[in-house]
Design a binder for this molecule. Structure first.
Ligand code: LIP
Length: 248
């Protein structure tokens, strides 16, 4: 898988460079909603990633937040979130990333998450321990819920906020701290390297968590991903170090 991983890392660095160079500059807004914003640079970053990956692997398909390219029934499907944490990016909050995964025969076999502001690159491939900037990582060994720091996402619609907020209200009394940072992919990466003990969200898309799922599992954690019947192409996720009982 090394050549796929190298290609994913290369594409993530290129998109990350584009995002870093345009960060805190005037952004062209594509769409605005009550709890979400879509930017032109999301599209530019995905086009750059798509060009780099599909030039090297013309037979592959790409499934991304900003659209799909190629035959999605292809054995090789890249799952891409070119800018995860778009609202943070628009408001100049330096907490966003690029997330790229490769699904081969329905199994995620390669995953990279790149934070271009901190220069942090999480990499994972099937059968290997996950890495951060080339060094092996492991989930935390914290088993006590009362000592845990967990991340809870609220997603971006009134419906998903109404689903996620009650959980935040419950968990905030059970754990040491809850965090709501606005990037599912970085939440997953932080679980994989033990900064968070768990991450929970309902209403996220596959591109938000595909790479992170491999990173968490290959760092010794667990990922419970469930499609939502009433939300098309949306999922609920519980990712953790596999030790704490979240009593959900
Ligand atoms: C974001 C997710 C985050 C969620 C936000 C949004 P985007 O993705 O990473 O977990 O709470 O609502 O969905 O839109 O920045 O790629």
């Amino acid at each position: 898988m090394k050549h796929y991983l190298d290609a994913a890392e290369n594409a993530a660095r290129a998109a990350g460079k584009l995002l870093r160079e345009n960060f805190q500059r005037q952004q062209r807004v594509k769409a605005v909603a009550a709890h979400d914003i879509k930017l032109e640079i999301d599209v530019q970053a995905q086009e750059l990633i798509s060009k780099l990956l599909l030039e090297e692997f013309p037979a592959h398909a790409l499934y991304g937040e900003e659209g799909i390219v190629g035959d999605q029934s292809s054995d090789h499907q890249w799952i891409v979130d070119p800018l995860d944490g778009t609202v943070n990016y628009f408001y100049g909050i330096p907490h966003f990333c690029v997330s790229i995964a490769l699904r081969l025969h329905k199994e995620i076999v390669v995953g990279v998450i790149y934070d271009p502001i901190r220069g942090e690159m999480w990499t994972g491939q099937r059968g290997e321990v996950s890495k951060l900037n080339g060094a092996p990582i492991h989930v935390s060994d914290r088993a006590e819920l009362a000592e845990a720091v967990i991340s809870i996402g609220l997603a971006k619609t009134g419906e998903t906020i109404n689903t996620n907020f009650p959980l935040l209200q419950q968990m905030i009394h059970r754990v040491r701290k809850c965090r709501v940072l606005g990037s599912a992919a970085l939440d997953m990466a932080y679980v994989a390297c033990g900064r968070f003990d768990a991450y929970i969200e309902t209403g996220i898309s596959l591109w938000d968590i595909a790479a992170g799922s491999l990173l968490v599992e290959n760092a010794g954690g667990t990922v419970d991903l469930r499609p939502r019947e009433n939300m098309k192409d949306k999922y609920s996720i519980v990712a953790s170090n596999g030790l704490i009982d979240l009593k959900l």
